[in-house]
Ligand binder design. Sequence first.
Ligand SMILES: Cc1cc2nc3c(=O)[nH]c(=O)nc-3n(C[C@H](O)[C@H](O)[C@H](O)COP(=O)(O)OP(=O)(O)OC[C@H]3O[C@@H](n4cnc5c(N)ncnc54)[C@H](O)[C@@H]3O)c2cc1C
Length: 277
Amino acid sequence: MTEIMASGVRGFYRGSDIIDERRIDPAYGAVDAYELMAPIIDTDKAMHWLMDLVESKGARFVTETITRDLVDLEDSLRARFDADAIVNCTGLQGEVLAGDDTVYPIRGGLIRVINDGTDFPKVDAALTITADAAGSANEIVFLVPRNDNILLIGGIAEPHEWELNLTLESPIIRRMRERCEKFLPGLKDARVDPHYPFAQGLRPFRGKNVRVERELRRTGSRIVHSYGQGGAGWSLSFGCAQDVVMLVEEALSGAPARPMAETTNDWKIPKIERRRW
Ligand SMILES: Cc1cc2nc3c(=O)[nH]c(=O)nc-3n(C[C@H](O)[C@H](O)[C@H](O)COP(=O)(O)OP(=O)(O)OC[C@H]3O[C@@H](n4cnc5c(N)ncnc54)[C@H](O)[C@@H]3O)c2cc1C
């Protein structure tokens, strides 16, 4: 929190009065709170926007499954598509396409309820209890309102679970809902979205860290990897994309590939002035 305060982020405020103001049940045991302004990405809209953007730049979309390591396929793929470089963003399939056996999923799920103010006072700010405060790293309170009158209720983190077979009745999902109802009692009256009640997915994690790196196993390769962003792929997408561009340019210039840790960059961390709050 002190880092956030020092960052100069807009709208920072700390005070236990937030607990009351946001209608959190006093019995939940929260004793302190802070808030800040942050952008929220509506991911359904963002996917359409990204597709349109790429299309408008003249891209041709081809849907196909690649079943082998890209190192073996690089020449044939580049020749077939007349491509200067290959960018691998296949998430968990980095295992096959990049020969990386450290990738693994952390399964997550979110209940979608109607947030139009009829069943409970409309929630217009994201509310969360951090993992350490919640007492469990894998089962937290995570409430996020979307633009379209939907409130997301979460969250869970289940490492190494590959099956997307959770339902609203799964014990861990029932616990998730009960936990959030205890936190924000109004949610007891919430109706799930009949068209799309529950979303689940696999966060693509990796043993060490995110990988944004040129292919190192083949001299002169023009493959750039960007995968393993785990539960922060949207937040990290902007910075990773910038690094990918830098690495593609580096590959095209004929510079030798370097392991990620040695890659230097020219980003300067802006000097941040401490603000009063
Ligand atoms: C419940 C949940 C909550 C989350 N919350 C947040 C959040 O609050 N903030 C945040 O920043 N992130 C969040 N994330 C994480 C974020 O969604 C992921 O990090 C992100 O989607 C990963 O994107 P990606 O493109 O790297 O991988 P993916 O979305 O997995 O995309 C991989 C792509 O590669 C393609 N592909 C895979 N294998 C092959 C193959 N063999 N051949 C051809 N194509 C292939 C797939 O079709 C797909 O298009 C959340 C995830 C979950 C599940």
